[in-house]
Design a binder for this molecule. Structure first.
Ligand SMILES: Nc1ncnc2c1ncn2[C@@H]1O[C@H](COP(=O)(O)OP(=O)(O)OP(=O)(O)O)[C@@H](O)[C@H]1O
Length: 621
């Protein structure tokens, strides 16, 4: 996008009119209208790309405003420069200039030839046409028979005047001086390459003043009306284009020949500069304000500029080959492959996480089993503890009954050994010499009371046996240690069943084991919870992976479709290329046939001429 450049140019005031200084004041690129006393008029201050006061020469105006357009035209961009302003404000002076101060058209023409000659890489063909728009009719000024020419539009040429003569020129001297409209085609002929064709319009418009002000009548009035209409539509087009996109609406390019021809220059594909000429005198203030408003609106227009290329068959072939290569490259390095890799990676990731999930599930299962086993073991141990406890209680009861019995047979001299002491700590209290078993040779009649009223602290062997109810005891040992203390008694008593001490110890042991197992169980539960959490996280991850996989697969599907379309396009292009090659071949054939025909015609003509000459000779003689 490129803005239209707009400059305002003041011509010198007519001799002896000092009023201009008082009204228009310029400062850099600003102009403002002031009252005779010097106060600024509101709404009459303007800013442009350039403001040229009368001190600026045409060459300076050209350098600052037009030169870049001319150089761009040589590079293949369309260019337009036109002057707009009321009669006698200096349009023609600006566009054509004088001998001493050549205007934009001669300066541009010279510059075109100078620039094209400097170019060593490209060849140029310069064609010039020259026309006027008069009463909404287009007349060719190079071929006066070409009148009322129509405007056509085509894809290759855009908008153009059909039938307008175009002269090929090789130097600036050959270019016909113009004062109306001067479109110049700059064709860049580079062998085998695309041809750049740019159109340079250099336009000198008619005066923009209102027709009533001219006081014209008759033919002049009709002419004025057309000019007026044409410029009014130019104003409308500029107005519309200066508005923002939505408000813009329809642009009435087709309402006049001028706007139709200038269409590319106004909001189209062209670099455009407008020079608005202003007459500085007081009498022209209103017209000047109108010109400045026009300029101000034009300054808001943006064009869309691009190089114009026309392709020769060879260039077209080359271009299409490049396009096909490009399409192929696109297909090879297409995004779909990248996406496929992404999908593959996602699948791998998903597979990994599935495996991890399975592993975790197995671990969890093992942990669960271990927990169950542990719980079972704990239960068994608790049962055992219960059993042992009950056993301990029953044994305790039993020991008490035994004790009671012993109490009755023990001639205890130490009353300090109490029942409760024996119950709590059966081996704790040492009872000295209070009970000693003594072997007896003959023992009978023990049923009711095996305790002998011997008066001493010994019992015989059989009694001992009966009291112990078959416990295996080494009585020899007992005999050998007849003075064995009560402390040994319990071991004798419980040779086959655990002692209370052992039971208590075992209980303690089992309890500690149980509490350790419980602790372990707690730890396992915690571990299980963590594993379950991890497992659910993995499940979530899996779900999101599945979702992204399905999105990727959709993308892939779309890309596959695109790829297929591209392949179809490629096939079409190949087909076109084939057809073009065929056309080219046909064309070459036709061309060579024509060349042959021309040669034979030439030979025939030559022969005829010679015949005629031969016939003529006898006549003269
Ligand atoms: N910048 C300038 N410096 C010197 N003289 C100028 C300048 N601009 C215009 N003039 C003179 O002013 C007069 C009117 O200028 P010109 O003929 O260019 O006006 P115009 O706008 O083309 O008028 P019209 O619309 O009738 O063709 C001419 O004599 C011209 O030489």
């Amino acid at each position: 996008m490129e803005k239209i450049s707009v400059a305002v140019r003041f011509r010198p005031s007519t001799a002896g009119d000092p009023t201009s200084e008082r009204h228009w004041r310029t400062e850099d690129n600003r102009i403002s209208l002031h009252r005779p006393l010097g106060t600024p008029v509101s709404g009459a201050s303007f800013a442009f790309d350039y403001v040229f006061d009368p001190n600026y020469t045409n060459a300076m105006v050209y350098d600052l405003l037009i030169k870049s357009i001319i150089h761009a035209a040589v590079d293949g961009f369309n260019g337009t420069a036109f002057a707009y302003g009321q009669t006698s404000s200096g349009k023609t002076f600006t566009m054509n200039g004088s001998e001493e101060d050549p205007g934009i058209i001669p300066l541009a023409v010279k510059d075109v030839f100078r620039t094209t000659k400097l170019s060593t890489e490209r060849e140029f063909l310069i064609r010039v046409s020259y026309m006027e728009i008069y009463n909404e009719e287009i007349n060719d000024l190079l071929a006066l028979e070409n009148q009322k020419l129509p405007i056509h539009e085509s894809l290759e040429r855009g908008v153009y005047v059909a039938g307008l003569r175009e002269e090929i020129v090789n130097s600036s001297e050959q270019v016909i001086e113009s004062s109306a409209k001067d479109p110049m085609n700059l064709g860049d002929l580079s062998n085998g390459d695309a041809i750049r064709v740019s159109v340079l319009n250099l336009v000198d418009l008619a005066g923009s003043e209102r027709i009533a002000k001219t006081g014209a009548g008759g033919v002049r009035l009709k002419e004025g009306k057309h000019i007026n209409k044409s410029l009014m539509i130019l104003g409308n087009v500029i107005n519309k284009l200066s508005e923002s996109g939505k408000q813009r609406g329809h642009i009435p390019y087709r309402d006049s020949k001028l706007t139709r021809i200038l269409q590319p220059a106004l909001g189209g594909n062209s670099k455009t500069s407008i020079i608005c000429t202003v007459a500085p005198e007081e009498a022209h203030i209103e017209e000047s304000r109108g010109t400045l408003q026009f300029a101000s609106r034009a300054n808001r227009i943006t064009n869309c500029v691009q190089v114009n290329e026309i392709l020769t068959d060879a260039a077209l072939l080359k271009r299409q080959k490049l396009e096909i290569e490009e399409l192929r490259r696109k297909l090879q390095g297409s995004h779909s492959e990248v996406l496929e890799q992404v999908i593959l990676k996602q699948r791998n990731d998903m597979h990994k996480s599935e495996l991890e999930c399975e592993k975790l599930a197995m671990e969890l299962e093992e942990e669960r089993k271990a927990r169950q086993a542990l719980e079972l073991r704990i239960k068994e141990q608790e049962k055992k503890i219960d059993n042992l406890s009950s056993l301990s209680i029953s044994y305790h009861d039993a020991s008490f009954s035994a004790q009671d019995k012993f109490d009755s047979i023990t001639m205890s001299e130490d009353a300090s050994v109490s029942r409760s002491d024996i119950m709590r700590t059966p081996n704790f209290k040492a009872v000295s010499d209070d009970f000693v078993v003594k072997r007896r040779s003959i023992f009978t009649g023990l049923d009711s009371s095996p305790i002998l009223e011997t008066g001493d602290n010994t019992v015989d062997e059989d009694l001992w046996m009966q009291l112990n109810k078959g416990c295996v005891t080494n009585l020899d040992m007992l005999q050998m240690t007849p003075e064995m203390k009560c402390q040994s008694f319990s071991s004798l008593q419980m040779s086959n069943e655990p002692t209370l001490d052992e039971v208590a110890k075992r209980c303690d042991c089992l309890e500690s084991e149980c509490s350790f197992n419980k602790q372990q169980l707690e730890e396992l539960r915690g571990k299980c919870n963590i594993l379950e959490g991890e497992c659910s996280l993995l499940k979530e991850e899996k779900a999101s992976l599945m979702a992204s996989l399905s999105v990727s697969e959709q993308d892939n599907e779309q890309l596959r479709t695109e790829k297929e379309e591209l392949l179809k396009e490629l096939d079409n292009e190949k087909q076109k290329l084939k057809e073009l090659k065929e056309d080219f071949r046909q064309f070459s054939l036709a061309f060579s046939e024509r060349a042959g025909l021309q040669v034979s015609l030439y030979t025939k003509l030559k022969a005829m001429m010679e015949n005629m000459k031969a016939l003529k000779v006898p006549c003269d003689s």
